[in-house]
Design a protein around this ligand. Structure first.
Ligand SMILES: [Zn+2]
Length: 643
């Protein structure tokens, strides 16, 4: 198969693919090909066009035809492959629904800053489209072969036919030789000089493969190592897998991800990172490679490789140039195979002081003076997983940590090591259970006890009893909001008067994504949006938040980093009475708001959004809206925030 002689790359319709002609041109060109191939009838095409003219959104014709089930993606891709229409890659990706028009515009703008960089490269590098899809469609359009050199087995004899520097300077790599010639992976297959060099070295019948620059770079490194290594047999088959797993963990660390998910799907494994609380795509791998990667992780984590039907866990101490990273591994058996999640424990940022966790001025004063400095009692930090509870817990512990205080912890697991306190990591494998640890903790003569989490009646009782005997107890809980924490304790068969006399404070919190400072613009809330927040539209008219439009600084998400919002309930007499009287959560909430200065999560979120820290969408997505918020001016006064 010969590379068609070349190809001046069809130009992307400049700035706007949106207004009618260019995008429409691509659509009708593709639709005509489908009709010619007998995959779509002219009636179906007309129906699709009618539907498109009626929908208000910017749906592409092909996506409508696919949704109507007149055609499917494999058929479209086959048609591209047979006909190789001279259409620009970006516009085709938009038409096929892999990419949106705003993303394409952005990518073209980015390309202008880096002339000569292929568009496919920019799309894959910025994660606009999975690189497999970008290069798959590009290969279809240009009659090339999509390859993933990163995952290919390398042929050392073939590699030796040319010097490494040739591969590097022309960014290509020979993968294998078969009857049709040598298959070569190119990062820029449309660059005629690169293809000519390869033909010169490997013969005129080279098959041109297209790969992402990243995948090729990894393969080039591997090839270099392979060529440098002394010839020997052995672990040759395994090493690409070892390298791939290593590379994924390193990328996650570099990108400051907190978790890596290896998710088996029906026909492939998807690998995603959790960054700033949100999942982001990293890459996908085929099933055979997925199995090998899972086995490799099991070996690293000390789990049982032969066991594939039970959930398992383990731990990896991963060596990097900057030190050892502690990784917790959870292996969960799903219907498509084992799902593996790696939690990167020391990759969660530094230990913060309580002044740095993002509490408003007034709340911080309450936390320092009325909560943490109280002589004894229980302080509960509550919120779902990933709400930043642990950060607040450690910041509080750090605040209490001084030479004349004895602090002891029972945690599952220890996530930050703090100098000067005694931390215990629960380990059920050796029967060091939570229960066992809590029984012993009281005998250690502590002033402050940190119980990682209240997870059952037993741990709740330990916390309450410790407080009754004059200790300060810090712990966490999984509830929606602060009042929910109290109610949950009341429902755990613990006497209401014990709760009311020991619990000092319940802090509920969430992490919302922070608006990217580089691309933020004003967002004046509409009457409908105000109503969704719980405001009467007239009362809050003109309320203005910020939102990011997307730029390279924020990976085009409009968000960068996170901001914590809090609800700090300090129990006063009125609230304690309400607990003893076993009032409903609605009543306790009302009394707390009216008498204790409680500012709700929703209200703190609104105040922070009004300061430009987070968006309307984040508030709606993350915060409970249990009661109507008070006007912004009042919230700012309650929070001690200046206008
Ligand atoms: Zn941005």
């Amino acid at each position: 198969m010969h590379e068609r002689e070349a190809v001046s790359e069809p130009r992307e319709p400049a700035a706007a693919a949106g207004d009618g002609l260019p995008g429409g041109g691509v659509a009708s060109h593709l639709a005509a090909l489908l009709v010619d191939a007998g995959l779509l009838t002219p009636e179906q095409l007309r129906h699709g066009q009618r539907v498109q003219s009626k929908v208000s959104s910017t749906r592409t014709l092909l996506s409508i035809l696919t949704e109507l089930r007149y055609v499917d993606m494999p058929a479209i891709r086959r048609t591209l492959r047979t006909n190789r229409p001279a259409l620009p890659l970006g516009a085709v990706l938009v038409e096929l629904g892999y990419l949106t028009e705003p993303q394409l515009k952005l990518a073209l703008a980015l390309q202008q800053e880096r002339p000569g960089t292929p568009l496919g490269e920019i799309l894959s590098e910025h994660n606009f489209v999975q690189s497999g899809d970008v290069f798959g469609v590009l290969a279809d359009l240009r009659g090339l072969i999509a390859v993933e050199p990163e995952q290919a087995a390398l042929d050392i004899e073939l590699l030796r036919q040319a010097p490494m520097r040739q591969y590097r300077s022309h960014t290509f790599l020979p993968l294998r030789r078969d009857l049709e010639g040598v298959l070569i992976a190119f990062a820029d297959p449309l660059n005629r000089a690169h293809v000519e060099t390869a033909r010169h070295l490997f013969g005129s019948d080279v098959q041109v493969g297209v790969a992402s620059r990243k995948s090729l770079a990894i393969a080039l490194d591997r090839a270099e190592k392979l060529l440098a290594a002394p010839a020997s047999g052995g672990a040759g088959d395994e090493s690409p897998i070892v390298a791939a797993v290593h590379d994924i963990i390193n990328s996650a660390l570099e990108q400051q991800a907190s978790d890596i998910h290896f998710e088996p799907l029906r026909d492939r494994m998807r690998i995603r990172f959790r960054q700033d609380g949100a999942m982001t795509a990293h890459r996908e791998v085929p099933p055979d490679m997925a199995q090998a990667m899972v086995s490799r992780i099991k070996v690293m984590a000390g789990a049982d490789i032969a066991e594939r039907r039970r959930h398992q866990d383990g731990r990896i101490l991963f060596e990097t140039r900057r030190g050892t990273v502690d990784i917790r591994v959870s292996i969960y058996v799903s219907i498509h195979g084992e799902k593996v999640v790696l939690r990167l424990l020391n990759n969660r940022g530094a230990l913060l002081g309580i002044r740095d966790i993002g509490m408003s001025q007034r709340m911080l004063e309450y936390l320092e003076n009325d909560v943490l400095d109280a002589p004894s009692g229980v302080v509960i930090i509550t919120g779902p997983t990933g709400s930043g509870k642990t950060t607040t817990l450690y910041a509080s512990v750090n605040h209490l940590n001084d030479a004349d205080t004895s602090i002891i912890t029972a945690e599952d697991p220890v996530e930050y090591v703090i100098d000067g306190i005694s931390q215990c990591s629960i380990n059920p494998k050796i029967n060091l259970s939570y229960e066992e640890t809590l029984k012993h903790i009281m005998r250690q003569d502590p002033d402050v006890i940190v119980i990682g989490e209240i997870r059952d009646q037993f741990s709740a009782e330990v916390a309450i009893n410790a407080a009754l005997t004059g200790h300060k107890v810090l712990t966490t809980f999984h509830t929606e909001d602060s009042i929910g924490g109290l109610v949950r304790l009341m429902n755990m068969n613990i006497e209401a008067f014990l709760i009311s006399s020991t619990v000092i404070s319940v802090i509920a919190q969430r992490l919302l994504r922070r608006v990217c400072g580089h691309c933020a613009e004003d967002h004046v809330l509409t009457p409908h949006e105000l109503r969704r927040l719980g405001y009467a539209a007239a009362d809050a008219a003109g309320l203005t938040f910020r939102r990011g439009t997307g730029c390279p600084h924020c990976r085009h998400t409009g968000y960068r980093g996170r901001v914590a919002v809090f609800e700090l309930l300090v129990l006063n007499e009125r609230v304690r009475d309400a607990v003893i009287a076993r009032k409903t959560s609605f009543e306790i909430r009302r009394i707390s708001t009216e008498t204790s200065g409680l500012v709700t999560l929703l209200e703190d979120g609104i105040a922070k959004a009004a300061d430009g820290d987070t968006t309307f969408e984040e508030i709606i997505r993350e915060l409970p809206r249990l009661s109507a918020p008070r006007p912004l001016a009042e919230l700012r006064r309650l929070l001690g925030v200046k206008e």
